[in-house]
Design a binder for this molecule. Structure first.
Ligand code: ARG
Length: 643
C-alpha cells in the first residue's frame, strides 16, 4: 500500500536495452526524450549537421514561458550569425505533430510542445506506470546497453550518531539528506547500501560502563536505552569535571615548586593517587580492557550498543529509513589500521613526530590540509585512523562504484584529509570513487520544553504543534481517522521540508512556527496539496479504469496544457537531481507544480462538468497526484490521504 514506509525500492521502472541512436536517450522511460529525438533529427536535417550534436545541445528551461526545450544556436558552432541562423532554422522547421513552430528569441530557439499529443503521452504513461513514472533504471546500470552486466553499487554513509551522546542537528540533517540520496539512487536503478557509521568506541565507553555501575538501572535501560545511557553519561561526566579541578591545582603547585627547585616528591605521590583513583583514569583502563578484548567488558558494551541500535531503528522508521548496515568505529579491525600505517610509511605519508605518527600534508602538495596525527604517543588510533581503516575495508567488502559520506561541513577538513591520505597511500582510484556531501548548520534547534537531546523529542514536539494546528479546523479534524498519527506525519514532513528548503551548504534557523504553517512553501502545504487531490478523487467517484479511458483531447485550456508540460518534466528533474545531489531540486519542482494546481482548481472544475470532461480533468489531477506522491517519496516524505 502507498502508506507503507521505505517503499521506493522496487518502484524503479525496468531498465530498457531498447536504445535510441542517441546516448542517454530512453524515450520509453522519459517522454521528453521523444521530443529531443524528434527535434534533433529535424534540426540536423535543416542545418546539415550531425543529429547527435543537436541532441546533446538541447536544454530544459526553468519557466514554461521560455518553451519546453531550447537550443542555444551558438552551441552548434556553425559559422553564421547565430541570430540569423536561429531565425532561419525556425522558418525552415517543418510542420510537426509534436511541437509548434519554434520561436527564435535572439540566438535561442525555443520549442513548445503541442498540448493534445503531449497530454495523451504523458498522462497515459503516468496513470500506467504510477509510482515508477520518472524513475530510470538505466542510470544505475554499469553498461546501459547491456543490462546483464548488472547495477552500479553505491554506499551511502549517513546519520552516524554517537551512542550515549545527544543526537544533534548535524545528525538530523545527515539523516534527512542521506535518506533522500538513498531514495534517489534507488529509483535511478543503483544498488544502494545504506550504512550507519556509529560513534560507538573510545574512552567514553569506559566512562559509561563505570557510570552504569553507579547510576545505572536495568529497568530504565530496557525501557529507554538512549535516554538512560545519556543520563548516566552526564552524571559520570559531572564527576570527571569535579575531579579535574584538584588535579589541575596539584599539577600547578608541582610546577611552581619545581621552578623554585623545591622537593615535590610527596606532592607527586599525592597526584599519582588522585589520578589513579579518578574516573577518567578508570575509564581509560576500562577502555583498554575493551581494546584487549576482555569478554566481560565487551559484553556490556555490546549490550549498550545493541539496545541503542534497536531504539534508533524505531526512530529511523518514523522517517522511512532503514539501514542495511550498522557499522561503526568499533567495527574497524586493528589489522586494517596497522596495515594502513605500514602502507603509509612505505609511501612516505606517515612520519614520526615527538613519539606520535603523523601525516604532514604540507609536504605532499596539500598545504591547506595541515598535519594530522595518525597514531598517538601511547599507540592508540584516532577518529581519522579508524576512517582510514574503514575506507579500505569497505572497498574490499563491497567493491562499490561510489561511496558518499553525508557529514556536516564542520568535518570538511577531516574528510579531505581522509581522501588525501587514501590517495597518497596509492589508492587513487578508491579516493576518486568517494565523495563528501556536506551541509550547513541548523541554528536554535530546541524543543518547547528546553534544549533538545534526541530526535524523538524534536519529532514529538513538532507533532504536537501540528496537532494544535489541525484542531483549529474542527470540521476537517473530525473527519481524520487517526489524528495523532496524521499530526505526527505532518510534523515530520514539516521538519524535513524546512531542512530541504535551500541548498545543503546553507544553514538555517529551526523555526517551529514557520515550518508548521500552511502558508508558504512548507511541509504541511505540500501534504495539503496531496490530500486535496486525494479528496477530489474520492468525491469524483471515478475509478481507475474509467480514468484510463479518459479522452485527453478535451484538455485544451492553457492551465491543463501547462500542467501536462510540468508533469512531463519529472523524469528530467530526477536526472538533474542526480547531478545536483540537492533535495531542493526536487522540492522546488514540487512547489512549482502545487502552485500551478492551486491556480487550476477554479478553471478546471471536476464536479459539475460534463461526464466526459469531468473524466479527463480528473485523469489530469490523478496524474498530478501521482507525480506529487512520487516526488514526496523520493524526498522521504509520507504523503497523507486526509488531513
Ligand atoms: N559520528 C560522527 C559524529 O557524530 C560522524 C561520523 C561521520 N562519518 C565518518 N566516516 N567519519 O561527528
Amino acid at each position: 500500500s502507498e502508506s507503507l514506509p521505505a517503499s521506493v525500492e522496487a518502484l524503479t521502472l525496468q531498465s530498457t536495452s531498447q536504445t535510441s541512436q542517441f546516448e542517454g536517450c530512453f524515450p520509453s522511460l522519459n517522454p521528453v526524450d521523444i521530443y529531443r529525438e524528434h527535434i534533433a533529427q529535424e534540426v540536423a536535417k535543416i542545418a546539415e549537421i550531425d543529429a547527435q550534436k543537436v541532441y546533446s545541445r538541447l536544454q530544459w528551461t526553468n519557466t514554461l514561458d521560455k518553451g519546453d526545450l531550447t537550443l542555444p544556436v551558438p552551441s552548434l558552432q556553425i559559422k553564421k550569425n547565430p541570430i540569423e541562423l536561429a531565425k532561419e532554422l525556425a522558418e525552415k522547421f517543418p510542420e510537426s505533430d509534436l511541437v509548434n513552430k519554434p520561436t527564435a528569441s535572439g540566438p535561442q530557439l525555443q520549442f513548445f510542445f503541442k498540448g493534445q499529443p503531449l497530454a495523451k503521452t504523458v498522462l497515459g504513461r503516468i496513470l500506467d506506470q504510477k509510482a515508477a513514472y520518472g524513475t530510470n533504471g538505466n542510470q544505475g546500470l554499469k553498461d546501459p546497453s547491456d543490462p546483464s552486466k548488472g547495477k552500479k553499487k553505491i554506499i551511502i554513509e549517513f546519520s552516524s550518531p554517537n551512542i550515549a551522546k545527544p543526537f544533534h542537528a548535524g545528525h538530523l540533517r545527515s539523516t534527512i539528506i542521506g535518506g533522500f540520496l538513498a531514495n534517489l539512487y534507488t529509483v535511478m536503478g543503483w544498488d544502494v547500501i545504506k550504512m550507519n557509521y556509529l560513534g560507538d568506541w573510545g574512552k567514553q565507553y569506559g566512562l559509561l560502563a563505570n557510570g552504569f555501575k553507579y547510576f545505572g538501572s536495568e529497568e530504565a535501560l530496557l525501557k529507554d536505552p538512549i535516554n538512560h545511557l545519556f543520563d548516566v553519561y552526564v552524571k559520570v561526566n559531572a564527576i570527571v569535571s569535579e575531579q579535574e579541578g584538584p588535579i589541575k591545582e596539584l599539577k600547578e603547585q608541582i610546577k611552581q615548586k619545581k621552578e623554585k627547585s623545591e622537593d615535590v616528591s610527596s606532592l607527586e605521590a599525592e597526584l599519582a593517587k588522585l589520578v589513579d583513583a579518578s574516573e577518567d583514569e578508570k575509564a581509560r583502563r576500562y577502555f583498554k580492557s575493551m581494546e584487549d578484548q576482555d569478554p566481560e567488558a565487551l559484553a556490556l558494551w555490546r549490550r549498550f550498543r545493541d539496545l541503542s541500535i534497536a531504539k534508533y531503528k524505531q526512530t529511523y522508521a518514523r522517517l522511512n529509513i532503514d539501514f542495511d548496515v550498522y557499522s561503526g568505529e568499533s567495527q574497524v579491525k586493528a589489522e586494517s589500521m596497522t596495515n594502513a600505517y605500514k602502507i603509509m610509511e612505505k609511501a612516505g605519508v606517515a612520519e614520526e613526530s615527538e613519539g606520535a605518527i603523523i601525516a604532514d600534508f604540507t609536504k605532499h602538495g596539500a598545504k591547506k590540509l595541515g598535519k594530522a596525527i595518525i597514531v598517538r604517543k601511547d599507540g592508540t588510533p584516532l577518529y581519522l585512523t579508524r576512517d582510514i581503516g574503514a575506507i579500505t575495508e569497505r572497498d574490499e567488502a563491497y567493491h562499490f562504484d561510489r561511496m558518499i559520506y553525508v557529514v556536516a561541513m564542520q568535518q570538511d577538513l577531516h574528510l579531505a584529509q581522509l581522501f588525501k591520505i587514501t590517495e597518497l597511500m596509492g589508492y587513487k582510484d578508491l579516493a576518486s570513487r568517494c565523495q563528501h556531501i556536506n551541509f550547513g548548520m541548523v541554528r536554535g534547534m530546541s524543543t518547547r520544553k528546553g534544549t533538545v537531546k534526541f530526535l524523538d523529542d524534536i519529532l514529538h514536539d513538532v507533532g504536537e504543534k501540528m496537532h494544535e494546528v489541525m484542531k483549529k479546523n474542527e470540521v476537517k479534524y473530525s473527519q481524520v481517522e487517526n489524528p495523532e498519527q496524521t499530526a505526527d506525519t505532518l510534523g515530520i514532513t514539516a521538519v524535513m521540508v524546512q531542512d530541504m528548503t535551500g541548498k545543503r551548504i546553507n544553514g538555517y534557523d529551526f523555526n517551529l512556527e514557520a515550518m508548521t504553517s500552511f502558508e508558504g512553501d512548507t511541509g504541511p502545504y505540500l501534504q495539503y496539496a496531496h490530500a486535496r487531490l486525494c479528496s477530489m478523487t474520492r468525491k469524483s467517484e471515478l475509478n481507475e479504469d474509467e480514468l484510463n479511458t479518459a479522452n485527453f483531447d478535451l484538455l485544451t485550456e492553457r492551465h491543463a496544457v501547462d500542467l501536462c508540460r510540468l508533469l512531463a518534466q519529472w523524469p528530467d528533474v530526477l536526472i538533474n537531481t542526480v547531478k545536483t545531489q540537492e533535495p531542493i531540486t526536487v522540492l522546488s519542482y514540487l512547489f512549482r507544480m502545487t502552485h500551478m494546481l492551486s491556480s487550476s482548481y477554479d478553471v478546471l472544475k471536476v464536479i459539475g462538468s460534463e461526464p466526459e470532461l469531468k473524466k479527463s480533468r480528473m485523469a489530469l489531477y490523478a496524474a498530478a497526484r501521482q507525480v506529487l506522491n512520487n516526488g514526496m517519496r523520493v524526498l522521504g516524505l509520507n504523503p497523507v490521504q486526509r488531513m
